[in-house]
Design a protein around this ligand. Structure first.
Ligand code: GCW
Length: 875
């Protein structure tokens, strides 16, 4: 797009040329302009540009009143106990943070007498360790990483103490103190005591060695380029700093669809450079392995985990890795999944596979994360008894107790694959003698790929708080997912949280500034799973956009509603996201879930919809839960509505608790969701001048895109379900779009009506495209309504295989022009539901008979496609 914005104001000429001067309208505009000017004058906007690179660690100057207070309270010296890289990072972070927030530069001093008030990084002996010989309980591990902050005296001077028994704990304490000051604006009587709720707090990056990132939507890899580690390490260190600031202590640096070379001798020095860049921030590096490595990069003829040759390979290879990176955290393994080779090749179990690597890592203190995401992607869709949701439990439950203690089974939060709503995985209550970690996806693969706003901590709260009732038979309640995965319920030595982050080289790391709330939220929940999404949103917004209550409240409101909004215009009632699941997982594609082996089925047919997973008549998946949870899901009377279609197949006219039929609820939700997405974009617009210009503009562009794309979703899904079910929308909205004129019905010159695949991705019957031999063309739309001011929405296709040019004229007057070169996060080279994009031209004066001419100029394989033009009364 021309200016990165889907909304443009009409040129002044449009206003002057108009003979339709409507006084009331002008007064309204005048009043808006005046109030805006008053608003700007009263509250000067931040004028500096912010790229988002600093994330939530901006340390921007405190507001005046707080500034005075903190300056008065702030000690002059930081006392630091030594020169380990992590402690140095902690002390320097305090200097950096207070300099940014207050303009004061603190001095760093060694332990010993001081003459001024001080912040003291105080490492006390690890009492637990001295008392306990075991040294491996999660409580001990986590207590080591905890910290406390209080005030007192140091060598007779007033002091703020950050205590911990580990360097990492001191670093986390330093970040916590800075966060406290940024949000509260004071240091008086600061008193905090925190212990992370789980030892495992790790992110995965799905980065390929060539620099691409699988399911990454924030640019190319910060770690890899051209089959090597990047030369410039700054960004890697800065990422580790962001991670450390929320307590994350590990990061796997290559895709779980692993290139086996990563552990070969050639790469180890490069991996060591990454480890060195992350080490000061207490972030340990993990490597994803290929299970066939003994054969792929070693000289072994086999990768049978029980064959002594393969066993020897792993021992040698892992010893070599640890010689290069002695503090490597460990490994991640995806085996027997989506085409990855695994133990099944030799009839061995996942435990055999995990243990051969885990044993080799044990002497080095390394941990193996073995992914529970194992399923058959070539299932026979005609066999109604098959169900992908059952796979993780069926694969791992029989092996409970057979894994080494340094193996963690890493399980996606739901039984399918990061859909917009899934129940918690049944495996969380299925393993008692095996370490678990929950895998959450920060990167929004199925949630709008960071072009749509979806604040995930609301969803994660819902999953983590779900009580899977895995306690004793007489008292099953009180075992929420967060306790199970942290290893607390069954007293496991390891457990916790893994987030698939996939940050990239975009200045703001994740593409959408507001998506950083997900990375922040992941870290905060991994640290303390009891935090509410709302409190996290308030923290993140305060740190990222400032604590002005109006700005803060507005952004928190947008974040908090965003998951529900996305769910409603994509796939409500637990049906799944309904995206195009066999390709890029972005736009709508309801048909694509069916009739294939991937098993993400929703089973919509002529009479009903939903997967029957009951024990009584369905796939039996529900039986994998503990009795009370299973009973709740099994019965239509007690199954929660938001999981209804995940668990049951029901007629379209089945009535929900609300009294609405399923199909009517579906229609209503899609309309309400699209409306809410449009409203959200307008709410963000009101923050112009209150948020720095660059971030405001960039977020606005994404939210405007989302508002348009939500309509693509609404229309595709509603039309598809109307056709499938044959049931009309009670409100008559589906297929009837006020003010919309289809491009295929317009007066076309050069353009030709062209069908779109799948059909529901185009409004009406098809679209208009320029044929291969035609470079330019026009589509003319005649206005038929009352005279007045209108918004003109042009729905066009913005593919990745060209940059077509569009110009919109009202008669001879140019209203707008733009280049269709905006990026859909996952490239598509077709006019389809992913590339369908909206451009809105606001406040256009129109009279009946006026011609709106869309001129298109094709480029390469992008044929300047137009779906429709919609003319609606100006807001
Ligand atoms: O959902 C699928 C993704 C794959 C991913 C896989 C996994 C890394 O579409 O891209 O592969 O999940 O989690 O292993």
């Amino acid at each position: 797009m021309l200016h990165g914005s889907a909304v443009s104001a009409p040129s002044p000429a449009t206003w002057l040329d108009s003979s339709l001067v409507d006084c009331a309208f002008l007064w309204r505009r005048f009043a808006i302009v005046v109030s805006w000017l008053l608003f700007v004058a009263a509250d000067p906007a931040p004028t500096f540009a912010e790229t988002g690179y600093d994330g939530w660690l901006r340390y921007s100057p405190l507001p005046t009143e707080q500034l005075e207070r903190v300056r008065a309270e702030l000690p002059a010296v930081i006392v630091s106990p030594g020169d380990s890289p992590v402690v140095v990072a902690a002390a320097e972070e305090l200097v950096r943070g207070f300099r940014g927030m207050t303009g004061r530069v603190l001095r760093i001093a060694e332990e010993g007498p001081v003459k001024e008030a001080a912040i003291v990084l105080s490492r006390f002996p690890d009492v637990d360790q001295q008392r306990s010989q075991s040294g491996s309980s999660p409580r001990r591990r986590t207590s080591v990483e905890g910290f406390s902050i209080d005030t007192g005296h140091y060598h007779g001077q007033p002091a703020i103490f950050i205590h911990s028994s580990s360097d990492r704990g001191l670093l986390y304490g330093a970040f916590a103190l800075l966060r406290y000051v940024a949000l509260k604006g004071t240091l008086v009587d600061v008193a905090l005591m925190e212990t992370p709720c789980a030892p495992v707090r790790i992110v995965n990056q799905w980065d390929n060695l060539d620099g691409s990132i699988e399911r990454g939507y924030g640019g190319r890899s910060i770690f890899w380029e051209n089959d090597h580690v990047v030369a410039e390490m700054t960004r890697i260190g800065d990422y580790a700093r962001l991670l450390a600031s929320v307590g994350i202590n590990g990061c796997s640096i290559n895709n779980v669809n692993a290139d086996p070379r990563v552990i070969s001798a050639e790469y180890l020095p490069e991996v060591a450079r990454i480890a060195a860049a992350m080490r000061p921030w207490g972030v340990q590096v993990y490597l994803s392995l290929s299970f066939a490595a003994p054969r792929e990069v070693g000289s072994a003829p086999t990768f049978d985990p029980l064959d002594p040759v393969a066993v020897a390979y792993w021992k040698e290879a892992i010893d070599a890795v640890y010689r290069a990176v002695p503090d490597l955290g460990g490994f991640v393994l995806k085996a027997d999944s989506e085409g990855r080779l695994g133990p099944s090749q030799y009839g061995r179990s996942h435990a055999d596979a995990a243990n051969v690597i885990a044993r080799a890592a044990q002497p080095h203190g390394g941990v193996l994360f073995y992914r529970g995401f194992v399923y058959d992607h070539r299932m026979d869709w005609r066999d109604l008894s098959l169900d992908r949701a059952r796979a993780a439990y069926e694969n791992f439950r029989p092996l409970d107790g057979q894994f080494e203690d340094n193996v963690v089974i890493q399980v996606k939060h739901g039984p399918i694959d990061f859909q917009v709503r899934e129940p918690p995985s049944s495996l969380f209550s299925g393993l008692e003698k095996t370490n678990l970690a929950i895998e959450l996806m920060v990167s929004q693969e199925y949630l709008g790929q960071q072009k749509h706003l979806v604040y995930q901590p609301t969803m994660w709260n819902w999953v983590l708080d779900y009580d899977l009732q895995a306690g004793s038979a007489d008292r099953p309640a009180g075992t929420p997912v967060k306790e199970l995965v942290a290893g607390r319920t069954f007293g496991r030595p390891l457990g916790g949280f893994v987030g698939v982050a996939n940050v990239g080289r975009d200045a703001n790391w994740l593409g959408h500034h507001l998506a950083m709330a997900n990375l922040y939220g992941f870290g905060r929940l991994a640290w303390n799973a009891d935090l509410s999404a709302e409190s996290i949103a308030r923290e993140w917004t305060g740190l990222t956009f400032g604590t002005d209550e109006e700005v803060l409240g507005t952004i928190v409101g947008l974040l908090m509603r965003s998951w529900a909004i996305y769910e409603s215009y994509t796939g409500p009632l637990g049906i799944g996201t309904l995206t195009d699941i066999i390709h890029i997982h972005f736009g709508p594609g309801p048909e694509s879930s069916e009739y294939n082996g991937w098993g993400q089925w929703h089973r919509a047919n002529d009479t009903g919809v939903g997967m029957n997973r009951t024990v009584a008549t369905g796939t039996g998946f529900i039986g994998q839960y503990r009795p009370r949870v299973a009973a709740e899901f099994e019965s239509l009377d007690t199954c929660p509505d938001d999981l209804l279609l995940f668990m049951h197949h029901v007629p379209y006219v089945h009535r929900l608790a609300s009294g609405k039929t399923v199909i009517q609820h579906f229609y209503d939700e899609h309309y309400a969701g699209a409306e809410a997405a449009a409203a959200a974009a307008e709410i963000w617009r009101t923050l112009a001048g209150r948020v720095d210009e660059q971030r405001h503009r960039e977020v606005q562009a994404r939210m405007d895109f989302q508002a348009g794309h939500a309509v693509v979703w609404r229309d595709a899904i509603c039309r598809w379900f109307r056709k499938k079910s044959g049931v009309e929308d009670e409100q008559g909205r589906v297929g009837v779009y006020p003010g919309r004129q289809e491009a295929e019905d317009a007066e076309l010159v050069g353009y030709k009506p062209t069908s779109i695949d799948p059909w529901e991705a185009a409004s009406g019957s098809s679209s208009a495209q320029l044929p291969a031999e035609t470079a330019r063309g026009t589509a003319t739309f005649r206005f038929v309504g009352e005279p007045g001011w209108y918004d003109v929405r042009v729905q066009y296709f913005d593919e990745e295989d060209g940059a077509s040019r569009f110009r919109v004229r009202l008669g001879e007057q140019v209203l707008d022009e733009w280049l269709a070169d905006d990026h859909v996060p996952t490239p598509t080279t077709k006019p389809d539901s992913h590339s369908s994009t909206r451009r809105t031209i606001r406040g256009v004066p129109l009279r009946p008979g006026d011609a709106i001419v869309v001129e298109g100029e094709a480029d390469a394989d992008e044929r300047a496609g137009i779906d429709y033009v919609e003319i609606v009364a100006a807001e």
